[in-house]
Design a protein around this ligand. Structure first.
Ligand SMILES: *Cc1c(COP(=O)(O)O)cnc(C)c1O
Length: 361
């Protein structure tokens, strides 16, 4: 059985070594005579996975001491509601920077529970770029400013995070967490569903500054309260044990392959291969994102006609590549090249792009 090059946006490709390790431990995890799926979340084996995974997140991202790492359920979408419920009080409000479909969803959801304000938006330019710092207009004293670090659908990414003074910054990093280094201390809270860069679906990583845990309202659903999950070490109720275990294996794989320094380098090289193929195609391929806002994770591009785009999507599958059809709101093609996508996969795509252009250009 051949493995395919999987360019899906999420759930996404996982490292082969990780899948093989999970396979080898599936029937009998570390002498327990059962899989992680079947074990109690109160067992010492699972407790070890839970605490080691938290330690790995902290180590790989150099998370400062005054932060907590939580493993929650409900995906990034549940965080769209949890963040305002936990952090905005009745007499305050939150600011949102709109850079794409997910940021918009986060803003709309928050607006159900809190007063909100749009601090910047590039919607009028069809989200082809990230706003400049001087375009961000904060309201007076917001409880936080929310941004989406990588726009999975439009293929743009913050190259550097804006300096917004003392205002707490909240980041949705669902599609680029662990793809590069950044200063965690710039953020009050970070959240990320794991199914793009960290493992399978089913768990959401939340990194929260500890002082925020002291003023969580008690009248919101218990399952959404960060302080409850923190007090219980993410074991308040039954966690998605197998997903957390898979995240653990992915993080160990990342660490064994040089951590984020090496991941960042690999990701830059991979994306450059594909962007070069776009830029040197003499206009046959056109990138959606403005150059200085380009994502290293999701590469969005158009072809001269929708007919050619469909043809590209179909023929790429015949060449062992899946998931290249773009999101319906942008059209065209999208190559998602998360940490686990190999350089070989990117080279195969570039070869195919060249052949396709020579036949159809
Ligand atoms: C995929 C994604 C989400 C939604 O994640 P779910 O786990 O499906 O709720 C949110 N934000 C970003 C940036 C995403 O890429």
């Amino acid at each position: 059985m051949e493995r395919i090059f999987n360019f899906n946006a999420g759930p996404a490709t996982l490292p082969l070594a990780v899948l093989e390790e999970a396979q080898s431990e599936l029937l009998n995890f570390k002498g327990t005579g059962m899989s992680v799926m079947e074990n109690s979340h109160r067992s010492k084996e699972y407790q070890a996975i839970n605490s080691e995974t938290e330690a790995l997140v902290k180590e790989l991202l150099s998370v400062p001491e005054n932060y907590r790492v939580l493993f929650l359920q409900g995906g990034g979408s549940t965080q769209f509601a949890a963040v305002p419920m936990n952090l905005v009080s009745s007499d305050s409000h939150a600011d949102y920077i709109l850079t794409g479909a997910w940021a918009e969803k986060a803003y709309k959801e928050a607006s159900k529970f809190a007063k909100t304000n749009v601090a910047a938006s590039t919607k009028e330019e069809n989200y082809t770029r990230i706003p400049r710092t001087d375009e961000i207009k904060l309201s007076k004293d917001p409880a936080y400013v929310h941004l989406c670090s990588n726009n999975t659908i439009f293929g743009t990414q913050w190259q550097a995070f804006p300096d917004l003074g003392d205002v707490p910054l909240v980041g949705d990093m669902s599609s680029d967490i662990m793809s590069r280094r950044f200063d965690v201390s710039k953020f009050a809270l970070i959240y990320a569903g794991t199914q793009k860069n960290l493992g399978p679906a089913g768990v959401t990583v939340v990194i929260i500054r500890k002082d925020l845990l002291d003023s969580i309202p008690t009248n919101i659903p218990t399952m959404l309260r960060y302080d409850i999950h923190s007090k219980n070490d993410s074991l308040y109720n039954t966690p998605p044990c197998f997903s957390v275990y898979m995240v653990n294996l992915v993080l160990r794989w990342l660490k064994n392959n040089g951590g984020l320094v090496a991941a960042e380098k690999r990701n830059a090289e991979k994306a450059a291969l594909i962007y070069d193929a776009i830029d040197y195609s003499e206009g046959f391929y056109r990138g959606h994102a403005v150059k200085d806002s380009r994502s290293l994770m999701n590469i969005t591009f158009r072809l001269p006609s929708e007919e050619l785009e469909s043809k590209f999507a179909v023929e790429s599958i015949q060449h062992g590549m899946i998931g290249l059809k773009g999101h319906r709101s942008v059209g065209g093609l999208r190559a998602s090249v998360y940490n686990a996508m190999s350089i070989e996969g990117c080279m195969a795509l570039v070869d195919f792009m060249k052949v396709f252009q020579s036949k159809n250009g």
